[in-house]
Design a binder for this molecule. Structure first.
Ligand SMILES: NC(=O)c1ccc[n+]([C@@H]2O[C@H](COP(=O)([O-])OP(=O)(O)OC[C@H]3O[C@@H](n4cnc5c(N)ncnc54)[C@H](OP(=O)(O)O)[C@@H]3O)[C@@H](O)[C@H]2O)c1
Length: 261
């Protein structure tokens, strides 16, 4: 029996990209899956593409409507009679100058990436603590580690997420519930394509960074390993991860470098 066989894992943002790749990867290992995102038809497509579609259930939801989180968690818990893991992956990007970006776009980034994510965790945790088992992972971003031009709201939402979960990890230190964060670098998905412009419309254009990034399938295999381990925070990506130590040790050189590129 492998780590995931017969475990129930709830993945948000499962209708594309990283969430889709993780669903396929965990299904191969025999996991029972609950897939969430807004687009029901895409969730059905992912369900059918999984190795064991009969062990995959879908629960459509819009993270921006997180006042419904109680209801989602009740429903999700009931689908297989418990949840062993939540991968809080659903999220949206943003690209544009801060002064041009509508307040409602910045608010949406936080409602989806931060409050939606945290609401699921807060409603699910009491059930996991009562069951004396469980793991919760948040997908943050390398962009949550340092600020960059045109990514202010996105970086802020992801930075907030990382710090929230770091605090939660400390609060839960003496419990059997495992809290983890993974910060991806550049992964080949539609995240930039789906990112919001300053007026709230979609970018509808991919970025070379994403196109040349790590394939989502490769990323999902690495993510699966992290879920099996005990390390709190991992970065997963390629050479872009060098930005993290350079920014920490020599921030002025770091910004000189990214202004050039
Ligand atoms: N790809 C990268 O290079 C990269 C780097 C760092 C971090 N990340 C993070 O990785 C996560 C997954 O993104 P991805 O790269 O796989 O991009 P993606 O293909 O655009 O996936 C985003 C997922 O989030 C869901 N989502 C978006 N808004 C939602 C909402 N309001 N309610 C519920 N679900 C919502 C989308 O589904 P629906 O549209 O069907 O709702 C989709 O399944 C995100 O949190 C992203 O910030 C990605």
């Amino acid at each position: 029996m492998g780590y995931f066989s017969e475990k129930t894992i709830w993945i948000t943002g499962a209708s594309s990209g990283i969430g889709e790749a993780l669903a396929k990867e965990l299904s191969k290992d025999g996991a029972k899956l609950i897939l969430s995102a807004r687009r029901e038809n895409e969730l059905v497509r992912v369900q059918q593409a999984c190795a064991h579609p009969e062990k995959v259930k879908i629960l459509p939801l819009d993270l921006e409507q997180h006042e419904q989180a109680d209801d989602w968690v009740k429903k999700a818990w009931g689908l297989f009679g418990g949840i062993d893991g939540l991968v809080n992956n659903g999220g949206v990007g943003q690209f544009g100058d801060s002064l041009e970006t509508d307040d409602h776009v910045e608010r949406k980034l936080f409602e989806v990436n931060y409050f939606g994510n945290v609401a699921l965790t807060k409603r699910l945790l009491p059930k996991m603590l009562e069951a004396q088992k469980g793991q919760i992972m948040a997908i943050s971003s390398i962009a949550g580690k340092f600020g960059q031009a045109k990514l202010a709201a996105y970086s802020a939402s992801k930075g907030a997420l990382t710090l929230y979960y770091e605090s939660l990890k400390e609060e839960l230190y003496h419990t059997p519930v495992k809290i983890q964060v993974v910060s991806p670098g550049f992964i080949q998905t539609s995240v930039t394509l789906n990112s919001l412009k300053p007026d709230g419309s979609k970018m509808n254009k991919n970025s070379p960074a994403q196109e040349n990034g790590m394939p989502a399938r490769v990323f999902a295999k690495k993510l699966k390993k992290v879920m099996q381990g005990s390390k709190f925070h991992r970065y997963i990506g390629r050479k872009e991860l060098l930005a993290v130590p350079i920014h920490t040790v020599w921030p002025s050189a770091f910004y000189k470098l990214i202004r050039k590129n």
